[in-house]
Design a protein around this ligand. Structure first.
Ligand SMILES: Nc1nc2c(ncn2[C@@H]2O[C@H](COP(=O)(O)OP(=O)(O)OP(=O)(O)O)[C@@H](O)[C@H]2O)c(=O)[nH]1
Ligand SMILES: [Mg+2]
Length: 363
């Protein structure tokens, strides 16, 4: 799952990236330079994995992972810069965006637009996403219109449906409704998914505040309801968090207690990501590997199987599952079966957080 950090220049994107990934990942190129892209993988902490590892003694324990990407300043959609071709595909393939919003005061760092104004900056960035989508949809609409007269009569209904779906999304956006909040039929969704629209993705605002400042709440910013509906929010002081991320765990915990800071930036952002995206973790166990997988909550079992291996979707027979809490009581799958807590589920079973699942597949 890729989360791309966007934001106005000098809003603290790279500092936030460091706070999230330093010491926890194989983050590459974290020089702080504004000219290169950084990527870092963060493992999602999950104590359930540790307990399961004690039972199974597997060769590997693999937590769920979130990959964070920090783009060079001007490329990350600064106002009026548009989206550069070079990074467009990275933005398009993202699962979610973190919008770094400057709320810190720092005389040495001039704000690129004017004063420090979190409401304006968040609005600017969210509008940038809409503008980018409108541009894509307008171009698609023109192209589809131009091609229509060349379309064979047999293909015309599909071509019309395609153009209608594009027009509908565009009209919604022009009314100020992000694609993720618009309602579409399944077939419209299937068409639009190919455009990888940016306003279809989940967004979390990360207010980068001074450490002694009160938290900022999106609801208090007076922004348009549609623009911010469903946008997650976190308040952190990126600079301090980046410094703490470089310390060893005990030392950082001591500082955190002294400064009366809450959870680490990583923990807060992961929690809010799970919340905003409605993610859950299901678990797989065995002597070889104990592993967590993050998927949208309620995902049908057959699709969850496909996350492990694409062949599993085709070969899906059924899923055997037990809730982690039941497993803890029973101590083993065999005991869970005896007590009737191990369930046999079909393709449509909605996966829940903490399900330990064994997929039976025909490969
Ligand atoms: N006081 C204070 N300064 C910060 C904070 N976060 C970032 N800065 C400073 O703001 C400047 C910009 O931070 P970066 O993390 O490089 O911002 P950026 O968004 O990656 O910048 P570009 O990639 O150039 O757009 C640096 O000088 C940081 O030290 C913060 O929480 N508090
Ligand atoms: Mg940067």
């Amino acid at each position: 799952m890729d989360t791309v950090i966007i934001g106005l220049p000098q809003s603290g994107k790279t500092t936030l990236f460091n706070a999230l990934t330093l010491g926890k990942s194989d983050a590459s190129g974290t020089s702080g330079s504004a000219t290169e892209m950084h990527m870092g993988v963060v493992k999602v902490p999950d104590p359930r994995l540790d307990s399961l590892a004690e039972v199974y003694n597997p060769r590997k324990v693999v937590p769920a992972e979130i990959r964070y990407i920090d783009l060079p300043g001007p490329e990350s959609m600064a106002k009026s810069q548009g989206i550069s071709g070079k990074y467009r595909n990275i933005l398009q393939s993202a699962t979610a965006f973190l919008v770094a919003v400057r709320a810190f005061s720092n005389e040495a760092v001039p704000h690129p637009i004017g004063d420090v104004d979190p409401a304006r900056d968040l609005e600017t960035m969210l509008n940038e996403l809409s503008f980018a989508d409108l541009e894509v949809l307008e171009r698609a609409s023109t192209r589809l219109g131009d091609q229509m007269h060349k379309t064979k009569p047999a293909d015309r209904p599909a071509a019309v449906r395609h153009k209608d779906a594009v027009e509908k999304a565009r009209a919604g956006l022009e009314d100020g409704v992000p694609v993720r909040l618009q309602s579409f039929t399944d077939s419209e969704r299937a068409i639009l998914v190919n455009y990888q629209l940016l306003t279809d993705k989940n967004v979390i605002a990360v207010f980068n505040t001074d450490e002694d400042a009160d938290d900022i709440r999106i609801a208090d910013l007076g922004l348009d309801h549609n623009l911010v509906q469903g946008v997650g929010e976190v308040n952190i002081s990126a600079r301090i968090e980046a410094e703490l991320a470089m310390m060893d765990a005990d030392e950082a915990a001591e500082f955190r207690a002294d400064l009366e800071l809450g959870d680490s930036a990583t923990r807060q952002v992961i929690n809010e990501s799970y919340h905003t995206l409605g993610l859950v973790s299901f678990l797989t166990v065995g002597d070889d590997e104990v592993r967590a997988w993050s998927v949208p909550g309620g995902m049908p079992a057959v699709d969850a199987a496909g996350v492990i291996h694409t062949d599993f979707t085709r070969g899906f027979i059924r899923a055997e599952g037990i809730a982690y809490d039941d497993f803890s009581v029973c101590g083993s799958m065999a005991q869970g079966r005896k007590e009737g807590r191990l369930r046999s589920e079909g393709k449509t079973y909605p996966v829940r957080d903490g399900d330990i699942i064994n997929f039976l597949v025909n490969t």
